[in-house]
Write a protein that binds this ligand. Structure first.
Ligand SMILES: O=C(O)CCC(=O)C(=O)O
Ligand SMILES: [Fe+2]
Length: 301
């Protein structure tokens, strides 16, 4: 079994993680039990912890993470403005905007109707956004839809309880989302950050706005016209728990080949990625740690 040396000396990390997993209480259970220090397997290495401190921002966050108003998207004038705003935002980082459905019986009754309705809303929003992104790329509006890019939806709820030692750990390690787009509803607590030019920037909650992340697959399909957003969540120092709901939009056809769109490839802009199936891609994603951009790098030509 792996042992690790920490400032406390050696300990059997794998054993302590397994004991915690087997207890099935989760981080909420730990906090509810009244702990004032976190288990040592949650403590991150010094390079991650030193990077948690705020650094001066080079540009205002509202500029880096634009809030884009989608109203009037069906009028020609507004649409071309919105397409341009989205194209520029997706080229850099995150945008904020105003599962394959399981058997309903498997969804807890307390939130069943809301989950079913949210899934429908996000499907429509996802298709609208993908159409706008296609227009920004200069390809057919329906191109991503034809590739079933919003058909494989996965909804994940996150609960970040108050952390008694927020300087020693993170809420969610830095990563990019693997799929095409992610639609994230965060509450008012805050803690989500996105990396821009090597600097972590707060994605402050805006009432009524959703956060849209470009995922790794869209980076590949767009041949890097759009870049996936590196993001993380700080440990929650607030005494209120933080809740967020992410819907990951992935292609539904797992065994088709995905790669840069042929329309975007030219002698001046050769393909930057080889083709792969979603099955291969997702298998690699689930085998690796959350670690920034290693997945897209793997398929790079
Ligand atoms: O909780 C959040 O704000 C972010 C969640 C996230 O990044 C994810 O689920 O991939
Ligand atoms: Fe994420």
């Amino acid at each position: 079994m792996a042992t690790e040396t920490t400032t406390d000396g050696e300990y059997d990390r794998a054993k302590e993680v397994k004991q915690f997993d087997d207890a099935k209480i989760g981080v909420k259970g730990l906090i509810d039990s009244g702990i004032t220090t976190i288990p040592r397997f949650f403590v991150h290495p010094p390079d991650i912890l030193s990077d948690l401190k705020p650094r001066p921002e080079t540009r205002p966050a509202s500029d880096l993470i634009p809030a884009i108003d989608l109203s009037g998207v069906d009028s020609n004038h507004r649409r071309s403005l919105i397409v341009d705003q989205i194209r520029r935002a997706a080229d850099t980082i995150q945008i904020r905007m105003g599962p394959t459905m399981p058997d309903p019986a498997e969804i807890p009754e307390i939130c069943r109707d809301e989950v079913i309705e949210w899934n429908q809303e996000i499907k429509q929003l996802g298709e609208l956004l993908m159409g706008l992104l296609c227009e920004g790329l200069g390809v057919d509006t329906g191109r991503l839809k034809q590739m079933t890019c919003s058909e494989g939806r996965v909804m994940v709820g996150h609960y970040y309880p108050h952390c008694p030692q927020p300087d020693l750990t993170v809420g969610l390690a830095y990563h990019t989302d693997p799929g095409v787009l992610t639609v994230l509803q965060q509450d008012h607590v805050g803690g989500l950050q996105v990396k821009n030019d090597g600097v972590w920037v707060d994605v402050k909650p805006i009432p009524g706005a959703l956060v849209i992340n470009v995922g790794d697959l869209l980076q590949v399909i767009s041949n890097e016209e759009f870049k996936s957003a590196e993001h993380r969540v700080l440990a929650n120092a607030s005494h209120e728990p933080r809740v967020s709901i992410a819907v990951f939009l992935n292609p539904g056809n797992r065994d088709d080949l995905y790669g840069p769109l042929p329309e975007l490839i030219s002698p001046e802009k050769p393909a930057r990625y080889r083709q792969f199936t979603l099955t291969d891609f997702m298998t690699r994603f689930f085998k690796k740690e959350l670690d920034g951009k290693s997945l897209t790098n793997y398929y790079k030509l």
